[in-house]
Design a protein around this ligand. Structure first.
Ligand code: KIV
Ligand code: ZN
Length: 508
């Protein structure tokens, strides 16, 4: 590992991924994972291939200790790590959980020492030495963090890291605790530390200025061989370096290897979105809804011909488990219309395509999202092929029951391919129950396989009697179709959108 020059990581080609979604990530204001969610996340991270899972801070509570212990017993390939202050009781709590690795940290900057621990530099060094020894004497791997390293007096910081090295630390971590660094200063700092010590260096960046990923990459360039990241960048304040962005940049831009099976990145981000309730912004790199979406005529045309024309190429949606989408709107061009129509077997002549295109653009310009169902309806009107669109499923009756003392339940009657079907389902809310009822009916009649991939509710007028617009995307065998439902009743709008989408999906 050592004896390398400052950029030697690029030469060795491998970076270790330390995930702190369950520890720093859970410190995100307002987030609290259940024990079961934590175990699910740990299993997902393991499947993804992260080398180290920081599962929690066992000293904080009995439940935290229990869940770290349970994750340690899952039989994962990843090493399980517990966080501890440089105090024997914290370290003992980690030891009790049977972790593989203990991450100890001590505030090292003047501002944190003076206002939190009230320790002098000498006392910090002494405690760091003793507690690193303590971890090692108990036979555990030890990561040592100098908290607020990037605001710590340089000479002291190097001295502190050398002390931890001397005591046997396996990895030295450089936290940019309040996210005040920028890539050039991180590079210089890590380079200097790397010259002074002989153990692997790890980097832990916060995102206060939106530079956490860039700073982590600069650290790797300077010699760090481990990055501490979290899924969707969750963590204290503005969060940590995002796992997906860091891994894909290392992979595709720097040409470095990680152990991550990138095909699981999208589903991992979606899992954390679901468990945290924090929506992934549509423009988020790599996993956002728009990351591989194209609307404008020139871009969509290029991408339909060859995807690299308007995508990075060194990173494809397939590589990260995401998908490419051609979206309709006021910027749409002829090629997008032709491509989408050809997928349902419609090949209108040029003049009709132009007419359809104009109408799609008009709808988009009016501020509406243009769904596939909108396109197909317009195309049917323009081409006069209305009779082609047979509805596989028609809603007859829907009633829902909800309230503070009942489990939301929906009963539904529908005609599927001429046959009357009924279903009653419970859900987390009335919309969920109603959608499940439709899914059950469809599943029974056509053998399932239709997945709900997109669901957006928007009020299009104000007030408690607002019109609700629901856009739904469904997928079967890799083909996705979007449709809309608009009603003053949100459950009805949802069911209508879902049924419209299914009908279109099944249209041949
Ligand atoms: O941001 C930080 O300094 C931390 C430490 C515990 C590593 O999260
Ligand atoms: Zn942190």
């Amino acid at each position: 590992m050592k004896g390398r020059d400052a950029q030697s990581n690029v030469g060795t080609g491998r970076v270790e991924i330390f995930d702190t979604t369950l520890r720093d990530g859970e410190q995100t204001p307002g987030i609290s994972f259940t024990m079961e969610q934590k175990r699910t996340i740990a299993r997902q991270l393991d499947k993804l291939g992260v080398e180290i899972i920081e599962a929690g801070t066992p000293i904080t509570s009995r439940d935290e200790k229990e869940v770290v212990r349970l994750i340690g017993n899952e039989g994962l390939s990843a090493k399980v790590c517990g966080l501890a202050r440089v105090l024997t009781q914290d370290i003992d709590a980690c030891i009790d959980c049977g972790v593989d690795m203990i991450h100890i940290f001590v505030p090292s900057s003047q501002i944190q020492r003076e206002h939190t621990t009230k320790m002098s530099e000498e006392e910090v060094k002494e405690q760091a030495y003793k507690m690193t020894r303590y971890v090692k004497e108990h036979g555990f791997l030890c990561i040592f963090s100098a908290m607020d390293a990037t605001r710590t007096r340089m000479e002291f910081l190097i001295d502190l890291f050398k002390t931890a090295e001397e005591a046997g630390a396996d990895i030295l971590n450089v936290p940019d605790t309040v996210g005040v660094s920028e890539p050039f200063s991180v590079f210089k700092l890590v380079e200097a530390i790397d010259r002074a010590v002989n153990v692997p260096i790890s980097i832990h960046c916060h995102n206060d200025f939106g530079l956490a990923v860039a700073n982590s990459l600069a650290a790797v360039k300077a010699g760090a061989s481990q990055v501490q990241v979290s899924v969707n960048g969750i963590g204290e304040r503005a969060g940590n370096a995002d796992l997906v962005e860091t891994v894909m940049s290392l992979n595709s831009i720097y040409g470095l290897r990680t152990n991550i099976k990138t095909g699981y990145l999208f589903e991992t981000a979606k899992l954390i979105e679901r468990f945290t309730g924090i929506p992934i912004p549509i423009t988020k790199p790599i996993v956002g809804e728009n990351a591989f979406s194209h609307e404008s005529g020139i871009h969509a045309h290029g991408v339909i011909e060859k995807s690299d024309t308007f995508e990075p190429g060194i990173m494809t949606p397939e590589m990260v488990g995401h998908r490419r989408r051609i979206v309709l709107g006021k910027h749409t061009g002829r090629h997008s219309i032709e491509k989408k129509l050809s997928e349902i077997g419609m090949f209108p002549p040029k003049e009709e395509v132009e007419e359809i295109l104009e109408r799609v653009k008009e709808l988009g310009a009016s501020g509406k999202k243009v769904t596939d169902d909108d396109l197909f309806t317009i195309a049917e009107v323009v081409t006069g092929e209305v009779s082609r669109h047979e509805r596989m499923i028609t809603l007859k009756e829907l009633s829902v029951m909800t309230g503070n003392n009942v489990i939301p339940t929906a009963s539904l009657k529908a005609v599927v391919r001429g046959k009357e079907c009924i279903s009653a389902q419970m859900g987390v809310g009335p919309v969920d129950a109603a959608i499940k009822a439709v899914q059950e009916i469809i599943g029974d009649e056509i053998g399932g396989g239709i997945e709900l991939k997109e669901f957006r509710i928007e009020a299009i007028t104000g007030g408690s009697n607002a019109l609700a617009e629901v856009i739904v995307g469904v997928e079967k065998d890799g083909r996705r179709v979007t449709a809309r439902g608009v009603r003053d009743d949100i459950v009805m709008a949802s069911v209508e959108a879902f049924i419209n989408a299914v009908n279109r999906l099944m249209q041949k």
